[in-house]
Design a protein around this ligand. Structure first.
Ligand SMILES: Cc1ncc(C[n+]2csc(CCOP(=O)(O)OP(=O)(O)O)c2C)c(N)n1
Length: 369
């Protein structure tokens, strides 16, 4: 496996010393490496499109090449600024992309359904985008590859990419420990699922939250009707809004701070729906992919959501206040937003849903209609 520091030293040798992106579990240690090495010159972006745009601005102000990192599922967010600003036919901005390759099929690596199509089309997508790329794995001569890509990026002012296979980097794990008295996400979920009506409709966000919720519903034999946004990070609240339009009862969205940050603009329309209870589990980090800081660490979501237009907004940090806020939200005829501050971390053995995605959709459809 490639040693993180050696890899970053090579990037530095090629005059790459600024990075921005959205963390990925496939290279979580590399993201921590950027944090350690580049300090304030590593910006965790709200979404992958913003990361590309920050990189463009960095280049305009320094003439240097920015590193922009993302999981391949973020390519969708990145494509617009890549082809309408950085592209060879527009401003020709050199960018060094580092892309984690989830759902790679050639190597017969197992992966989750939401990664399969993205994994299959990633190479073709890069080809269609006219982006020169190299694939790296643990045995690659990364020094040679980085040098070659950097030369091309510099010479032609073009976007280049490293497509990173699973298990390429050493997997020392740097998740910062948090010994606070706050509750863990799973403990809060356990509390909430027992407080809300047993047949509630819950739209849950991308990452480990959905897996924890799925397990809790099954273990406790609950009748909660849950739709897991296994992909489409940041869009759970919009899915919830679309459902709420056709329902009279309260619809819940269980969101993450990283996810809500990714498409924060969606709140301008979700507030129109009176029957939404939007709950954000805020651990100030992208806990599911390695615990890196979230871009919006400094944002007070309960205040922001009030400004955007939610009727009642709450901040909770303990069991008592959580139960009280949920109770109030259920009684209210208007919408509510609840920010719950939680501790980082999860159990290592949380299961994944065993059913096929289509079976889950069928169950959900039948149960809510
Ligand atoms: C567009 C996109 N970018 C990145 C990812 C990878 N990813 C999955 S979950 C996650 C972190 C979610 O963070 P948050 O919403 O704060 O929830 P937490 O894991 O902290 O509970 C990331 C970055 C993704 N699935 N989709």
């Amino acid at each position: 496996m490639i040693k993180i520091q050696k890899f970053i030293n090579e990037l530095k040798k090629n005059n790459l010393n600024f990075s921005t992106g959205v963390p990925d579990s496939l290279f979580k240690n590399l993201c921590y490496g950027f944090e350690r090495n580049f300090k304030k010159k590593n910006i965790i972006a709200a979404n992958e499109g913003s990361a590309v745009a920050i990189g463009i601005g960095y280049h305009l102000s320094s003439k240097k090449i920015p590193i922009v990192y993302m999981q391949n599922s973020g390519l969708g967010n990145a494509i617009n600024p890549l082809i309408s600003l950085a592209d060879k036919k527009v401003y020709k901005i050199p960018i060094f992309l580092i892309i984690g390759w989830r759902g790679e099929i050639k190597k017969k690596l197992k992966d989750e359904p939401q990664h399969l199509t993205q994994g299959m089309i990633t190479e073709n997508l890069l080809k269609n985008l006219n982006i020169r790329y190299n694939i790296i794995n643990e045995k690659s001569n990364f020094k040679k590859i980085i040098k070659k890509l950097c030369l091309k990026a510099k010479k032609n002012n073009e976007v280049v990419a490293l497509l990173v296979r699973k298990n390429t980097f050493e997997n020392k794990y740097y998740q910062k420990q948090n010994n606070s008295k706050l509750m863990l996400r799973e403990q809060v979920l356990n509390l909430i699922v027992k407080k809300i009506p047993n047949d509630s409709i819950v739209i849950s966000t991308t990452g480990i939250l959905s897996r924890e919720l799925n397990e809790l519903i099954k273990e406790n034999n609950l009748k909660i009707r849950n739709f897991m946004c296994v992909g489409g990070m940041g869009h759970a609240i919009s899915v919830a809004q679309g459902i709420a339009i056709n329902k009279k009862n309260k619809i819940f969205c269980f969101d993450g701070d990283g996810s809500i940050t990714m498409h924060l603009g969606s709140l301008t329309t979700s507030v129109l729906q009176k029957n939404l209870i939007h709950i954000v589990f805020n651990n100030f980090s992208h806990e599911s992919v390695g615990g890196h800081d979230n871009a919006a660490k400094h944002v007070k979501f309960f205040k922001l959501s009030k400004e955007i237009g939610y009727n009642k907004t709450y901040l909770c940090t303990n069991k008592k206040s959580i139960l009280q806020c949920i109770g109030n939200s259920l009684k209210s005829k208007k919408n509510s937003f609840i920010e719950i501050i939680i501790k980082k971390g999860h159990r290592k053995n949380i299961s994944r849903p065993k059913e096929k995605m289509l079976a889950l959709k069928k169950n959900f459809l039948e149960s809510i209609n």
